[in-house]
Design a binder for this molecule. Structure first.
Ligand SMILES: [Zn+2]
Length: 126
């Protein structure tokens, strides 16, 4: 169930975000996690989104759009995350402790909301 929904939504979102025109490969894995999902930069041009199945379909899609936005940030070299430091738009900064104060999260949350609204228009997820 999740797999086909996630597959269709990720293709749609890749076009929306412009990910389909960027070089690189994104794999999506659905697996139990201690959070809703994450976006990993594995290697040059290789990215992975992990999604927890322990959430509603709508939340899975929201998480997917959120994490794909992070992939776009990585793939366009706007974001490079270290353990304590990040390079955001060319500037090295300490990663703010508060999640909602990280500029890449602010962007990903806004993107997630926007894409979810657009995707769910007229669908069963509305
Ligand atoms: Zn995030």
């Amino acid at each position: 169930m999740f797999r086909s929904v996630v597959h269709a939504a990720s293709r749609w979102a890749a076009t929306e975000l412009g990910l389909d025109t960027l070089p690189g490969q994104v794999t999506i894995k659905i697996c139990p996690l201690d959070n809703y999902g994450d976006a990993l930069w594995l290697d040059e041009g290789k990215y992975r989104v992990r999604l927890s199945p322990q959430q509603s379909v709508k939340d899975v899609l929201g998480t997917l759009f959120h994490e794909l936005t992070h992939i776009h940030q990585y793939a366009t070299d706007r974001l490079d995350l270290g353990f304590k430091q990040a390079v955001w738009e060319g500037e090295t900064m300490q990663i703010p402790k508060t999640h909602s104060k990280r500029p890449w999260e602010i962007e990903a949350f806004a993107s997630e909301k926007k894409l979810l609204k657009k995707y769910s228009k007229g669908s069963i997820f509305a």
